[in-house]
Design a binder for this molecule. Structure first.
Ligand code: SF4
Length: 347
């Protein structure tokens, strides 16, 4: 069944915290909190385009929902109750900070039928959290996570890659902790240097070096493998490309790519397909043509972003064909010779 989230961005205009990477208004592209009419219009506009039979949630994103004024939280939550009652939407999710969760807050959220709480964990390494100015510890993430799962709410834990003091080993540690805390969902965001942030100052003074795009894709690939193995749903890999990121106004440096998720999917398939290349004859003339069957829905990822994987394999196999097979799942593939076309393309 298709899951769709209608996003409502609520920037934390007066957030008391000072995460070094954050200028929330620049990241989300929003400069003010949406009023009632704007929220309703967002919902109605999305509902018109969502196919029937989908599981639909409203997601209050953009900052720290349980940190905003309680009356404002209540206004937003009340606004969407009619949609839950008439069955047009099936749940509410929101994102917030781990240190803005306690039992009373969870009871309040449950009263308004919130179904999922996503915490911006970002890292479960205390040193990384300190260097990133997060203002909470890994222990706070663990405590809040246990309260959420203990309350019967679905837990999502977001993580970032390439924060100050971070490393691939620490990212893998964070992913493993997220799994062990019972998160059913995650989002993976590479750290970008956004304009008017503390990280921009550090970057300009040479005190912080962002991940290259290649490094960020590699790290994301490694944590994705852990999450997939554990059955944690990956809701997103890479930031939503807001206008300020796309036109570069808000982006100072870092591994931004409009199709970051596709690059990661390409890398995951590339790793699988590499096994083929290692088994190839030393005489490429003997490799011939092949048809590679991949699971349904994986065709584009297997072929790769801008055909990268296909182009690589075509240097060894020609002709080369990718097809979908409903009998396959995950990232399993089958390779069969293409009879009668046993001839390598000349370059
Ligand atoms: S990322 Fe940090 S600074 Fe930005 S809104 Fe969230 S808590 Fe506040």
């Amino acid at each position: 069944m298709r899951h769709v989230t209608i996003p409502v961005f609520i920037p934390e205009l007066a957030c008391p915290n000072q995460c070094v990477f954050c200028n929330q208004r620049n990241i989300s592209g929003k400069q003010s909190q949406p009023g009632k009419e704007e929220v309703l219009k967002t919902i109605e506009d999305h509902l018109r385009t969502i196919s029937q039979g989908s599981v639909i949630e409203i997601g209050f994103f953009g900052g720290n929902f349980t940190g905003i004024d309680r009356d404002l939280q209540e206004n937003y939550l009340r606004l969407v109750q009619p949609y839950l009652l008439n069955g047009k939407i099936h749940g509410i999710r929101l994102s917030t900070r781990p240190d803005y969760i306690d039992q009373e807050i969870l009871e309040f959220l449950k009263h308004y039928r919130v179904t999922t709480v996503e915490l911006g964990a970002q890292s479960l390494d205390d040193e990384v959290l300190v260097q990133s100015g997060r203002g909470h510890t890994a222990g706070a993430v663990e405590h809040a996570s246990r309260l959420i799962t203990g309350s019967g709410l679905r837990l999502g834990l977001q993580m970032m890659l390439g924060l100050p003091g971070d490393s691939l080993d620490k990212a893998l540690y964070t992913a493993r902790k997220i799994i062990s805390l019972g998160a059913e969902e995650t989002r993976i965001y590479p750290t970008l240097v956004i304009r008017d942030t503390a990280l921009e100052l550090r970057f300009r003074s040479g005190d912080y070096t962002p991940l290259s795009l290649h490094e960020a894709v590699h790290q994301a690939k490694e944590v994705v493998k852990l999450f997939e193995e554990a059955g944690v749903r990956i809701l997103r890999t890479g930031l939503h490309p807001s206008e300020g990121l796309l036109n570069g106004d808000n982006l100072v440096a870092g591994p931004f790519h409009v199709s970051f998720g596709e690059l990661v999917a390409t890398a995951l398939w590339r790793e699988k397909l590499d096994a083929l290349l290692s088994k190839l004859s030393e005489d490429p003339q003997q490799n011939g043509g092949v048809c590679i069957s991949v699971p349904a829905g994986q065709l584009n990822a297997a072929i790769g972003y801008q055909g990268a994987n296909k182009k690589l394999l075509q240097k060894f196999y020609y002709p080369l064909k990718f097809v979908e097979s409903p009998a396959l799942a995950g990232r399993v593939f089958q390779i069969n010779p293409l009879p009668g076309l046993n001839k390598r393309r000349s370059k």
